[in-house]
Write a protein that binds this ligand. Sequence first.
Ligand code: ATP
Length: 266
Amino acid sequence: ENDKKGDNPDRPPVRFKDVAGLEEVKEELVEIIDFINNPEKYYKMGAKIPKGILFYGPPGTGKTLLAQAIAGETNSAFFPASGAEFVEKYVGVGAKRVRTLFEKAKKDAPSVIFIDEIDAIGAKRSTESNNEKDQTLNQLLIEMDGFHSNQTVIVVGATNRLDLLDEALLRPGRFDRHMFIGNPDVRAREEILKVHIRNKPIDGKVDIKTLAKRTHGMSGAHLSNIANEAAILAVRNNKKVIGIEEFNQAIEKVMAGLQRKNAVVM
Ligand code: ATP
């Protein structure tokens, strides 16, 4: 297996200030961050560090970003993975990948393992047996039960569908903290837009509050897209700063994409 990640773990430069909105979730995570930064304080009190956190909710809302921010705030190594990477035809291959991932993370502790689309390996087990899938999920459970208190490894899972997950994954000592990450409201949209125009020259006439009101139903990923599209349009239009016209066009473009997608669903 490719060992690059283990030799030189990822340290994304993401901090809490880069994640806009989601105030309640961030508040809850502050305690977990304190756990990772000051484990002795908790051990002395006989408290156990939580091992697994599950982020669930619609796509593009900041689940990956939050996991990166946990690593950034605790100076932890970051091990990203996707559930789909563990889905293999041959029995034992997925399980071995899970084992390798945890070995690397333990070696570099403190570390954060992030498993996106965890439902790909953690979906409810059906009655008809699927040896490969069951072994992979079992290995994940074994790893989560197995690490010791002196190894600070936090596993963050993300899914769009909490209801698909096998109950065994959600038990105490495994992914026992569940946090809903939803689409931003108007205030959060304003904050997210501000994060994404931070390093961009913006025309003083552009009112971010108005942009936030006009982007109802959009995720953080959509808003980040709008800021980027507007910047590209400003270059195309030979502007020195990004103006209202560029934002209007960018919103229209992203909105059209959103409506097309909804039309397909209906
Ligand atoms: P998926 O379920 O599709 O993996 P996700 O919830 O993990 O989505 P992210 O990858 O975290 O979504 O978000 C995609 C991008 O959208 C981020 O890199 C960031 O630029 C932007 N973004 C999303 N949410 C926020 C937020 N709350 N604050 C700032 N930027 C955000």
